[in-house]
Design a protein around this ligand. Structure first.
Ligand code: ASP
Length: 587
């Protein structure tokens, strides 16, 4: 028997019992005749004591133990004279009677403590050691609890968990595919799913009506802190539902999970149109934990002889409350440099300070009277002491820049409370976006998304400008400025799906070749249906207030898409290449 209790379990009520513990040596200490060993496992740490006066041989054995040795100890639980209130097991210790070394350990390359001295790369290479540390371990356990809560809620709502294949044909979700060569079909490739989209729709045609799956998806994209080439989705689909029914079910899921795993009571889930989100927040995933919405000053700013504003498509402003007295010229210059960084891309920044004494100071003071500038402040709901920050240029770009500046000011002014959770649904996305580079429309969500019913007729015979204005029955769940999930009501009619492919620049042959199976299925009684997918890793991260999804994945990839522990991707030998019909000459 390796253990009768675990290292997080013992309390005063166990005093006097003989128990067996197994685990890893966190630390050893000597105090005169006593040797203490902190023994750790997944559940906690228990102190072991050895007394040289009681058993010299045993105590010497304990003194030899190195960090991370795996041992088994049996002995008597007793009350500690020197209690440690910071540890759940801190009232007791084990007086060891026998000790077995189950395995030795090399000295670990970094400290296995909450604050480790190991750099990211080293910790990734020795991920098994990293995962022994509480902050990492706790997140992996948290993830498992989230998965359990998700299953519980969805099963209670009559959803069925169904697996879909990993070796498939490309499903466009806007990224590149990872492909797998087929040995038995030389020259042909499977694609790894970017999502199970087409399969879940076909499951609706099959009549399953409520499907879910916690599923790996693969997208060959450039990586960021919140992206991994393989990630997990909570993927769902429902038949015979309207958009609002889908939103209700997944608002319910979000509420249930947040309550179950973190005891968070989420507030309202307001619904905001994509247009309003872009107009007021400059983003389709607004962080609504603070206000500072964007105002349109175009009408007020043009026609006063200031060329930059006169030539701009829009002039937009935000109000940094109480900042007139806080921002020196130097601070403004720094902020101007910030908006001019290539990541933001603004050409310049205009400010209007409405000082506490009622005076006005502005970088465009030459062009506008104080009364005019005060009227801008008033339009934007500013008061004395406030400072307007203004950007101008082309509509979409300026909105996005303003959205970034708003977030930055929110951070600088400490308006973003990390303890607050603000969910919302962004709805009525455009059906497609024009991409000037490839000179064609792209589906904003994916090509299976249905237009809003009132837009179907326009879609059937609309021109280019009409196409840009078509709205989709698509929705995103956003929490604290992070897109948690997205979905849509789908097209379930062959003719409409064909039409959509055509608008997206597919020839008839191409759409038949790629998606003939789906359109074929639509001809055999496809029910109206819709669904959603949550980014599971991201959902976990957001609930813990973390921006990095990596910590919530047991074996994540680094920024180059590499698994540094197993050293993948790697080359394969010539024979294997040959067998796959891939006679590449990479030398
Ligand atoms: N397949 C979509 C995605 O991966 C989600 C959905 O439309 O249900 O984003």
């Amino acid at each position: 028997m390796y253990r009768t209790v675990n290292c997080g379990e013992l309390r005063l009520s166990h005093v006097g019992q003989e128990v067996i513990l197994s685990g890893w040596v966190q630390a050893t200490r000597e105090f005169g005749s006593l040797t203490f060993v902190d023994l750790r496992d997944r559940y906690g740490i228990t102190q072991l004591v050895f007394n040289i006066e009681d058993d010299r041989e045993l105590c010497e054995k304990a003194r030899e133990l190195g960090r991370e040795y795996v041992i088994k100890a049996s002995g008597l639980v007793r009350e500690r004279s020197n209690k440690n209130p910071n540890r759940p097991t801190g009232d007791v210790e084990m007086e060891v009677k026998s000790l077995a070394i189950l395995n030795k350990s090399k000295v670990p390359p970094f400290t296995i403590e909450d604050e480790s001295d190991g750099g990211e790369d080293l910790r990734m290479k020795y991920r098994y050691l990293d995962m022994r540390r509480n902050p990492v371990k706790d997140k992996i356990i948290f993830r498992s609890q989230v998965a359990f809560a998700v299953r519980k809620y969805l099963m209670d709502q009559n959803f069925i968990e169904i697996e879909t294949p990993c070796l498939i044909k490309s499903t466009p979700e806007g990224a590149r595919d990872f492909v797998v060569p087929s040995r038995m079909n030389p020259g042909q490739f499977y694609a790894l799913p970017q999502s199970p989209q087409t399969f879940k729709q076909i499951l609706m045609v099959a009549g399953f009506d409520r499907y879910f799956q916690i599923v790996k998806c693969f997208r060959d994209e450039d990586l960021r802190a919140d992206r991994q080439p393989e990630f997990t989705q909570i993927d769902c689909e429902m038949a015979f539902v309207t958009r609002d029914q889908v939103l209700d079910v997944f608002e319910g899921l979000t509420r249930y999970v947040c309550k179950a795993v973190r005891d968070i009571d989420l507030p309202e889930f307001p619904r905001m149109s994509y247009d309003d989100a872009m107009r007021l927040y400059g983003s389709d995933k607004p962080d609504t934990r603070f206000e500072m919405t964007i105002s349109d000053l175009t009408g007020n700013a043009q026609g006063h002889g200031f060329g930059v504003f006169d030539q701009a498509e829009v002039v937009l402003g935000i109000n940094a409350t109480g900042q007139a007295g806080e921002y020196s010229n130097k601070d403004i210059n720094k902020l101007t440099d910030w908006v001019k960084r290539p990541q933001i891309g603004a050409k310049g920044l205009v400010y209007v300070k409405w000082n506490a004494d009622g005076s006005i100071k502005s970088s465009v003071g030459k062009f506008y009277s104080d009364e005019t500038l005060i009227s801008w402040c008033e339009k934007m709901g500013a008061a004395k002491g406030d400072m307007l920050l203004i950007l101008s240029g082309e509509l979409d770009a300026t909105r996005k820049q303003m959205g970034e500046l708003r977030l930055e000011m929110g951070r600088r002014l400490d308006l973003i409370d990390p303890a607050v959770f603000k969910p919302l649904w962004v709805v009525d996305f455009p059906l497609m976006e024009w991409d000037p580079d490839s000179n064609r429309f792209h589906a904003m969500h994916h090509p299976f998304t249905a237009p809003k019913s009132e837009d179907i007729d326009k879609m059937l015979d609309g021109d280019h400008e009409t196409m840009k204005k078509l709205r989709a029955d698509a929705y995103d769940l956003v929490i604290n400025g992070v897109e948690i999930g997205g979905g849509s009501i789908r097209i379930h009619d062959r003719a409409l799906q064909e039409k959509n492919f055509k608008l997206l620049g597919f020839t008839e042959e191409e759409s038949e070749k790629q998606f003939g199976f789906l359109m074929g299925a639509f001809e055999y009684g496809a029910p109206p249906h819709g669904g959603i997918a949550f980014g599971f890793d991201r959902f976990c991260a957001v609930m813990q207030g973390s921006v990095s999804i990596r910590d919530f994945i047991a074996f994540p990839k680094n920024n180059m898409g590499r698994d540094v522990m197993i050293d993948a991707p790697a080359s394969i030998d010539a024979e294997q290449l040959e067998e796959l019909g891939l006679n590449l000459n990479l030398e």
